[in-house]
Design a protein around this ligand. Structure first.
Ligand code: ADP
Ligand code: MG
Length: 654
């Protein structure tokens, strides 16, 4: 066999031209590509030995040896895998075998045709697609492959190229089955002669490759100080092992790794999920519900699950594997059925990934449900960390509504100890004549607990859910009822009027709304405090929508309520926060007076006998102040303070 020079196929030449001219930040992926080729070759040898007992090199230990030679300026990746015959080298290294590489070329042509600047787009694309074996030319001036196939009677071959238009093939000397790839590093790529750089890269991308990866360093004087090359990868992927052979401490170690190395005592995960799926697509998953909300939970570029393809890291933070509302989950997914070069578009459209996502979502929701069953206490802690994120799912994932609804928890009036209640338990605790699931929403939970609006409902012994999370009322828009019971705000409408006009579609049609309100007024039964109510309407003018006798108060003299069907005060606040500058004004509300309260009855008496009594206007203002004060938002605090002081002065004087 003589030395022969061959031209690369046209597409390879085009690709090499690009690759050799781009040394960019992501060129480090060449090592991942070469290591996984070596691992593939070792897998093939192992498999081939099973079906062909005449295969050479069966006594060899599977290993991948990386040699950094500082004196020669070379980086060598060597394996004891299946090797290549002369024909195979030409076939595999002279043409594009790799489907990801072909896609890369297509995408690049598309980008060019679309007029996207080629310089900016190409290096990025290499990172996305990887270009397999050819990525070696990003960092090397010359690549020399020496290989001996395991097929009996094979001869060693040397394949060499400088990444220009051609490659040479000639006889080589190698006595052991396998492949050695020597990269003569470009001057700009000398960083890859650093032991720690190589170790870090192997840990990052190839830590869980099943075969041992060993590192040997030859220093500037040509000396090798280590007696034995040191293994630098874990070589065993905990997620691919059966959970029955793993200890809790194995999981704890791995959790630390996933969380970036350090876990505070007490921040152990709330739950973990470890399973292997075989159909429709094979994958392993090892996921954790962290013991504390990650700091980047609300950031755009947060961490996410790691995606591996056959033990090799392909996407470091793959946020398409779980829906957004489960973004706090951390861990690893590894699939045999994925290509090494997963592109961004593939992440969105790939059928296998969609199938993985469906299974992960379902299993994670089930895991959370099981946690709730097993330990209400742990679940409550989990809910405090992640509840508001999980709730987003009710808005965004109609398909999982039933499961998500069962996960909901609320603080509630019946539990003064900050305990949580599920909707199931709330409904189970409802008396026979309780018609609604009561809730009160607002920014401050302590204020909600003391809200005067709760009085009548509480007096009847009915429980009220406290909703102080900004997303709570959004959630209710996609969840109008539970087990046939509808949700009802204690601050909205008349407590005993039917809830039907709470139809959300109607709410922005203000004129309709007014009509309803007018009809409601006509229907209203006369009240003994009517003269006072009429007077209060005059005094407060357009600061209130209406003044009426209250059915919800037992202790407090007054409160402000939202019109039935209108936006609640809390919702207005949230909308304003979401869209600053919207015209959503604070629409006037309804002032309710408690006809049984001594202060109100006293005022009412005066209004019957002398409606011009100057005290009346003042007292009406005070009733309005008290109602506003109970909610924590007094429109005119200084005026209110003056009015209260005057009453107190009179008290002392009188
Ligand atoms: P892919 O790995 O996706 O097939 P690559 O461009 O990475 O594409 O490699 C091209 C081909 O070269 C491989 O399919 C394999 O047949 C061959 N090859 C590369 N490296 C090795 C190796 N270390 N041992 C044996 N064959 C190899
Ligand atoms: Mg490859």
């Amino acid at each position: 066999m003589s030395s022969e020079t061959h031209e690369f196929k046209a597409e390879v030449a085009a690709l090499l031209n690009l690759v050799t001219n781009s040394l960019y930040t992501n060129s480090e992926i060449f090592l991942r590509e070469l290591i996984s080729n070596a691992a593939d070759a070792l897998d093939k040898a192992r498999f081939q030995a099973l079906v062909d007992t005449s295969l050479d090199g069966q006594e060899l230990e599977s290993q991948i040896l990386i040699t950094v030679d500082k004196q020669a300026g070379t980086l060598t990746i060597e394996d004891t895998g299946i090797g290549m015959t002369r024909e195979e080298t030409a076939q595999n290294l002279g043409t594009i075998a790799h489907s990801g590489t072909l896609r890369y070329l297509e995408e690049m042509q598309r980008a060019r045709a679309a007029g996207e600047s080629s310089g900016a787009v190409e290096p990025n694309l290499i990172g996305q697609f990887g270009v397999g074996f050819y990525s070696a030319f990003m960092v090397a001036d010359e690549v020399v492959v020496t290989t001996l196939s395991g097929k009996p009677g094979s001869e060693a071959v040397v394949w060499r190229s400088r990444g220009d238009g051609s490659y040479q093939v000639e006889p080589g000397s190698r006595s052991q089955r396998g492949t050695t790839i020597v990269l003569t590093l470009k001057t700009e790529a000398k960083e890859f002669l650093d032991r720690w750089r190589i170790e870090a890269l192997v840990k990052r991308y190839s830590n869980y490759v099943m075969h041992p990866i060993r590192l040997r360093v030859i220093d500037e004087q040509g000396e090798d100080k280590d007696p034995e090359p040191r293994q630098i990868n874990a070589a065993s992927a905990i997620w691919a092992r059966s959970s029955s052979e793993l200890e809790d401490s194995d999981y704890t170690e791995f959790y630390k790794h996933v969380m970036g190395g350090f876990v505070m005592p007490g921040d152990e995960p709330f739950a973990r999920l470890h399973f292997t799926a075989d159909a429709p697509i094979q994958f392993h998953a090892l996921l954790f519900v962290p013991g504390r909300a990650p700091a980047d939970l609300f950031q755009e570029d947060r961490k996410a699950l790691q995606l591996y393809a056959r033990r090799v890291l392909v996407v470091e933070n793959c946020d398409t594997l779980l829906p957004q509302y489960l973004r706090f989950v951390r861990g690893v997914v590894d699939s045999q059925d994925l290509p090494l070069n997963v592109s961004r578009e593939m992440l969105q459209e790939h059928k296998s990934l969609a199938a993985i996502r469906r299974q992960l979502t379902r299993k994670t929701l089930k895991l959370l449900a099981e946690l709730a069953e097993e330990s209400a206490d742990k679940y409550a802690k989990m809910w405090n960390e992640f509840g508001s994120v999980i709730k987003e799912g009710l808005h965004t994932d109609g398909g999982q509504r039933a499961e998500l609804t069962e996960l909901l928890r609320y603080r509630h009036v019946a539990d003064t100890d900050d305990g949580l209640v599920s909707l199931k338990d709330y409904v189970a605790g409802m008396g026979e004549d309780q018609k609604y699931i009561w809730y009160v929403a607002g920014p401050n939970e302590a204020a909600l607990r003391n809200s005067p609006h709760l009085e009548a409902v509480r007096a009847k012994g009915e429980d009220v859910l406290l909703m102080s999370d900004p997303v709570d009322e959004w959630v209710l828009q996609s969840l109008s009822e539970y087990e046939g019971k509808s949700f009802r705000s204690v601050t909205q409408g008349e407590l005993d009027e039917p809830a039907e006009d709470e139809d959300i579609d109607d709410k922005d049609d203000d004129s309709d709304d007014k009509d309803d309100e007018a009809k409601a007024k006509d229907k209203r039964e006369p009240s003994p405090i009517d003269p006072l109510l009429n007077l209060a309407k005059v005094v407060l003018g357009d600061r209130v929508r209406d003044v009426r006798a209250s059915k919800r108060l037992t202790e407090s003299p007054s409160c402000l309520v939202d019109a039935a069907g209108g936006l609640s005060r809390n919702m207005e606040r949230i909308l304003r926060m979401a869209q600053p500058g919207t015209k959503l004004g604070a629409s006037p509300r309804i002032l309710e007076l408690n006809p049984d309260h001594p202060f109100v009855t006293a005022a009412s008496k005066i209004s019957e006998t002398n409606k011009d009594d100057p005290r009346l206007a003042e007292w009406v203002e005070i009733l309005h102040d008290i109602a506003a004060l109970a909610e924590g938002t007094v429109p005119d605090p200084a005026g209110a303070a003056k009015r209260f002081t005057k009453v107190l002065n009179n008290l002392v004087a009188g």
